[in-house]
Design a binder for this molecule. Sequence first.
Ligand code: ACM
Length: 531
Amino acid sequence: MRPHRSTLRLLGSLLLATALGASLTGATAPRPGATDTTSPLDRIIPAPSSVTPGGTPYRITDRTRIHVGESREARQVGEYLAGLLRPSTGYRLPVTARGTGGIRLRLAKGPYGEEGYRLDSGRDGITITAGRPAGLFHGVQTLRQLLPAAVEHDTVQSGPWTVPGGTVEDSPRYAWRGAMLDVSRHFFSVAEVKRYIDQLALYKLNKLHLHLSDDQGWRIAIDSWPRLATYGGSTEVGGGPGGHYTKDDYREIVRYAASRHLEVVPEIDLPGHTNAALASYAELNCDGVAPPLYTGTEVGFSSLCVPKEITYDFVEDVVREIAALTPGRYLHIGGDEAHSTSHEDYVRFMDRVQPVVAEYGKQVIGWHQLTGATPAEGALVQYWGLDGTDAAEKEQVAAAARNGTGLILSPADRVYLDMKYDASTPLGLNWAGYVDVRRSYDWDPAGYLPGAPDSAVRGVEAPLWSETLEDSGHIEYMAFPRLPGVAEVGWSAAGDRGWEGYRERLAAQAERWGVLGIGFHRAAGVPWPSA
Ligand code: ACM
């Protein structure tokens, strides 16, 4: 973070404490050698662009109102905030168009961009100002982190609900700050997906990529090919019952994500990773024989039949139905690990399928192997290589980036949240190595892929593959504490963040996770409060 005045304030309180011969309470005492994380203003994750503490704190009371003006979208953010605060404060917190004092959410012209905001806190109230509703929403997440962790309880707590005085000015470095959830290897219920969405929103992530199909399960109802979901979705890794989303389920996920200012990016992985589809419809197979359902964890053995015309009828039907469920701009078509598709067939398939995505009004995203074909105009590719990925493969992706293809960075040995933290991690995989908290945080998207222009980098995304993960507890053990770090890599300017300060701020999140019931991994290298 840029330098600010809180260091002086800290010095002041230390001198005072010494003069009184008293020790500060645990809540305010700095750890020896720690950076200043004593004020909630200095603990925000992701680190804001600028923080200026000062002035009188504001206290939320039973008289506080939330003023939102005339905008319907600002009112929705106001209702969301009230919904966060009412259970633990027990206050009414009416959301009103006009009034003075209290909490004010204000849409206004200014240097805020699509997602930036300014938060001013003082004796008379708190004002969050933004150019767009997403900025107000992110400002609300900052306000949330400025309140005591007890605010996250769903029963009335004693408070007080004090927000320190000061100003936060903030906007993201990258427009793409995503998380991917693999609902194919194990199926996750709508409630489990919503729970993850809420966790993403707390750290200002704005994309939820759902990996909806793979060898082990097809998870979304397609009316024109109903067996995809009813049969292809009927199991999962290990042979459990699997499941799928009805279209109404899926619309509910999309609606809920939108209410948290996240865009859902659906992925149908093609032409490989398609055993569930091939098992559901014999006619999709080159030999006309449906393989059995698959509940193991191998990859690379399945492929749609590129020479068969019915393949393209199938793809068009699926793309049309998924596009109709998708208010967002993007449709992810996978394209990774097509080891059972010849290079020639892969290129032929992608040349034919990418225009179908455009025909239904969406832009293509593919895993970076799509650069082995010709990415469509406006396509994004998601890079999931490792430090050790060979230079020729990196250069192929970099060349596409120089040619106008946008990059989402998901280096597997940094941000694959399903990689084990270390050899003792009971869940997850380790094919990309162990990824400890520091490794997932301590890297810079700019210059990451040699030869790719920085302007091609749209942001970062943290995938969570679910071969070994079966429920929200498993998701949270792998995502926490690494996910907030990836959020900060995507949001905060390189000069505003660093590991030494971050590890202190991260440790300070643990109390909130405790209240939220997030069973995080107490990773080494982070000064967690004692349990
Ligand atoms: C991938 O991990 N196969 C994208």
